[in-house]
Design a protein around this ligand. Structure first.
Ligand SMILES: Cc1cc2nc3c(=O)[nH]c(=O)nc-3n(C[C@H](O)[C@H](O)[C@H](O)COP(=O)(O)OP(=O)(O)OC[C@H]3O[C@@H](n4cnc5c(N)ncnc54)[C@H](O)[C@@H]3O)c2cc1C
Length: 390
């Protein structure tokens, strides 16, 4: 298999790198871990939009660039490498725009896609509920049809970017009498509608990047329904493949990886850089090997997408593997940094700008969000290996 990028692709990578370096120089952002999900910067999103890099693979007729998935891979890989604050557009660009393209009406495409491409629609993901996570089909949020409207009642939790999203994608029950998987539909609508209440969720790192969202008699036009009524669950499953498939599962903490490598080269013990310590070298080399394996697994996902197939088993493999890597990266970093490594960014004594504790704590959630590793192993076993379903 030939893994060489074409000349055009290499040139595109250089263009993205140059753009990001210029933005850092201009002070638009500083590289940060988890910036794809926590980095709120409307200014940066607007600049990415002006480059034509939101909706890169979408058809030109809807304002996209009609480019290949490998170009998009290159773009996201570099955004993550530089820790760029892309959270405002990430979810819409990664999956909700795609869901509208696949299942939406012509009217919805013309309504939603230009807003996403312009970097103006920040879409949060409203799937999980207090009693529905892995078992999404047990969700209770209702969407009751009333004339040419739906009325939404219920609650979502762990809604990423909840505190700044202006649109929310919601999966709700549209037929309470149907078997669990059959009575569910997908919607997307504005969060400034009466009856929507958003409260922050403070996570283990102190971040408020997530929210609980309450719907109390929220009226939305029927045109907010994506695809077929009561067939939403099957659409969601497809959409989740795209949620799991991305390079962000592997490279969300790339600035940390970069920083710890530099730290071991620059920090001396007994007159020698600690990178020359045998045990530290082995740990870093092992991480590098694991990183390259994760990268190949993610490339495989993109190749499947290039072939026009939904990446199901491939996405499950890449996500389960990559989030385990992210956890090891944070753990090895903390081992290397020692006691000072526990200091947060606020302390002037914190090594590598205090990235260690943030990533160490945040990494505990990576194997939960977008499908737990146990559930992904079930996907690999049943769909990949043909073993009986659990
Ligand atoms: C940081 C973070 C961000 C998130 N962002 C979002 C978001 O933006 N939008 C959103 O809707 N949700 C989001 N979530 C929620 C996430 O999707 C759920 O946490 C996840 O689906 C697991 O659901 P749960 O927490 O209810 O756990 P449960 O489903 O109750 O699982 C509990 C445990 O049981 C195991 N388990 C469950 N079912 C099986 C099974 N069939 N086989 C084997 N083991 C099983 C799980 O692996 C887990 O260990 C986020 C979560 C986190 C931590």
């Amino acid at each position: 298999m030939d893994f060489e990028f074409t000349k055009e692709q290499t040139k595109f990578r250089q263009e993205v790198q140059q753009f990001l370096e210029d933005e850092i120089k201009q002070g638009t952002f500083q590289p940060a871990c988890d910036a794809w999900i926590q980095g709120y910067s409307p200014e940066f999103t607007k600049k990415v939009s002006r480059k034509g890099w939101i909706g890169l693979t979408w058809p030109i007729e809807y304002g996209g660039q009609g480019r290949g998935h490998i170009d998009r891979l290159i773009l996201t890989e570099e955004m993550l490498r530089y820790g760029a604050p892309a959270a405002c557009h990430w979810f819409a660009d990664r999956q909700i725009g795609g869901a509208v393209l696949r299942y939406g009406t012509e009217e919805q495409k013309r309504w939603m896609l230009p807003k996403i491409i312009a970097g103006e629609a920040y879409v949060g993901l409203g799937l999980s509920e207090p009693e529905a996570g892995s078992d999404l089909a047990s969700l209770r949020t209702k969407a009751t049809e009333s004339g040419d409207e739906y009325i939404i009642d219920g609650q979502k939790m762990w809604t990423s970017c909840g505190m700044f999203m202006n649109f929310i994608y919601v999966v709700a029950r549209t037929d309470p009498d149907a078997p669990q998987h059959r009575g569910i539909s997908e919607f997307v609508f504005e969060t400034d509608r009466p009856g929507v209440t958003i409260t922050p969720t403070i996570d283990i790192t102190g971040s408020t990047a997530w929210a609980e969202v309450f719907f109390d008699g929220v009226r939305i036009p029927s045109t907010c329904l994506i695809g077929e009524k009561n067939r939403g669950f099957y659409q969601v499953v497809n959409q989740l493949d795209y949620e799991r498939a991305g390079m962000e599962r592997l490279m969300g903490n790339y600035p940390l990886f970069d920083a710890i490598l530099k730290f071991t080269k620059e920090t001396k013990r007994n007159g020698k850089p600690i990178a020359e310590d045998t045990l530290i070298r082995q740990k870093l080399a092992q991480l590098q090997i694991e990183f390259e394996v994760g990268r190949l697994l993610t490339y495989k996902v993109v190749m499947v997408m290039e072939e026009g197939r939904a990446p199901n088993v491939e996405a499950a493999k890449a996500k389960a593997y990559s989030t385990a890597f992210e956890r090891r990266l944070a753990s090895v970093t903390m081992d290397i940094l020692g006691q000072y490594g526990q200091l947060w960014a606020e302390s002037k004594y914190a090594p590598i700008t205090g990235m260690g504790p943030h990533s160490y704590l945040a990494s505990t959630g990576y194997s939960l969000q977008a499908g737990t590793s146990e559930v992904l192993r079930n996907v690999i076993a049943a769909r990949g290996l043909g073993l009986p379903s659990s």
